[in-house]
Design a protein around this ligand. Structure first.
Ligand code: DSN
Length: 420
């Protein structure tokens, strides 16, 4: 035990074991190439704020209306986060309390749906998300799920087909949003469809929130009834979620978040969200988000030039999918081999995949993290070469060691968290 300097109750344990684990993870993040489309390097200011004493405070409720005393400062934190969120996304109401994207989605479901109501969402296999209707998720268990697939030829959303399905299913809620779809989602077309069948429209922008904030991807705000997002992917903030809606839904959404689906808000994370919103309003964030897409397109083109089949033929955003079927490789084999060389990405199902989600026919590649590091087109060429070489030599340990050295050198040229 270490006593604090006044030698009384605030005792702390020097957890050297955990410190060592954190050091190891820092070293890993600094020395690998992170191509997981949903990961990023958040700023040190965000990290500092997340690690602040705000974690000590209980603040169930909302600014000016809490269940606990002592919330004057906490109210300022949440008010600032809400103000900045609204400014960033040009909205008139937001709730910044959801602990995650799934929590944000769940709160929206609770706000307008009853058990057994119908939801129309994107098929998980085609790019949708678990929380949009997977049978083990509460959506799949408590709601009646109808799904739309991408077109078999273009591998893009076929809006006519979505409309047809909406007319048949008559859902109460339509979800526009995905976790592995590389194309622009046309929220206006979804709005028209929702209006035609009298459904609510929820846009889950978890993946593209930063691209929207940076003005390089169309917004769903003002079009969808509800927009849900995460703050830690392209938005580059702390791990968490948020909901944006018109203020006519404020009462409904607020009570669905608390007490509907959550207890005490994570005030340290809400404060860090406020920091990330401020960072995303800086002009440099526009450049950052533009660069994410440029890098994604460049890396995608490189892989295409190396004769890899790209799902839908290309990308308009921060990610793309490679179908490895004609390489006689599964996503599992490829992602494991790449990881052993220090290139970190995930196996991913592709549209109409015949393999199960633990094996998969594809891999997903995203550029938010490497772009944060400052890498550009030239580095994308190097990364494409390394991926190709690894996949062609995955059974030769000396080849994997060679790539691993190159990965370390490249990551070392674009250091993150230098001060840590
Ligand atoms: N796990 C996230 C992703 O990687 O897309 C979605 O929740």
């Amino acid at each position: 035990m270490i006593k604090d300097n006044r030698n009384h109750t605030l005792a702390a344990v020097a957890d050297t074991e955990m410190q060592q684990i954190l050091k190891n993870e820092l070293e890993r993040q600094k020395s690998q190439i992170i191509l997981i489309a949903s990961e990023n390097f958040t700023s040190q200011e965000v990290i500092r704020t997340m690690g602040s004493i705000l974690t000590n405070k209980y603040a169930e409720g909302y600014p000016g209306d809490r269940y606990y005393e002592g919330c004057r400062v906490i109210d300022e934190v949440e008010e600032l986060a809400i103000k900045r969120c609204n400014e960033l996304f040009n909205s008139n109401f937001s709730n910044v309390q959801p602990h995650s994207g799934v929590q944000a989605n769940t709160a929206v479901f609770l706000s307008v749906l009853n058990c057994g109501d119908k939801i129309l969402s994107m098929n998980l296999r085609d790019g949708g998300h678990l929380s949009h209707g997977h049978k083990q998720n509460l959506t799949g268990r408590y709601f009646d799920i109808f799904t739309y697939s991408v077109d078999t030829e273009t591998e893009m959303i076929d809006y006519e087909n979505v409309k047809k399905l909406a007319k048949i299913a008559k859902p109460k809620l339509i979800i526009a949003g995905a976790s592995s779809y590389s194309r622009i989602i046309d929220y206006s077309k979804f709005r028209e469809i929702a209006d035609e069948v009298g459904a609510f429209l929820m846009a889950d922008i978890a993946h593209v929130a930063g691209l929207i904030a940076g003005g390089v991807y169309p917004t769903s705000v003002g079009i969808a009834d509800f927009t849900t997002a995460t703050t830690h992917k392209t938005l580059r903030g702390p791990r968490g979620g948020l909901i944006i809606a018109d203020k006519k839904y404020s009462g409904l959404i607020n009570k669905s978040v608390f007490p509907g689906t959550q207890g005490g808000p994570l005030m340290h994370v809400i404060a860090a969200k406020a920091v990330c919103f401020l960072e995303a309003m800086d002009p440099s964030f526009k450049t950052y988000s533009k660069n994410i897409i440029e890098n994604s397109k460049a890396l995608c083109q490189d892989m295409k030039d190396k004769s890899y089949r790209i799902v839908s033929g290309g990308t308009d955003n921060h990610l793309f999918l490679i179908d490895l079927t004609d390489k006689n490789l599964t996503g599992y084999e490829a992602s494991e081999a790449l990881a052993s060389a220090g290139i970190i990405l995930n196996k991913n199902v592709i549209p109409y995949d015949q393999l199960n989600p633990n094996i998969t026919s594809g891999i997903r590649i995203g550029t938010p993290a490497v772009t944060t590091q400052g890498m550009g087109i030239e580095e994308m060429h190097l990364i494409a070469d390394m991926i190709d070489f690894t996949l062609k030599n995955m059974h030769h340990s000396s080849a994997l060691k060679d790539v691993s050295k190159k990965v370390k050198a490249l990551a070392g040229d674009f250091p993150v968290y230098s001060g840590m």
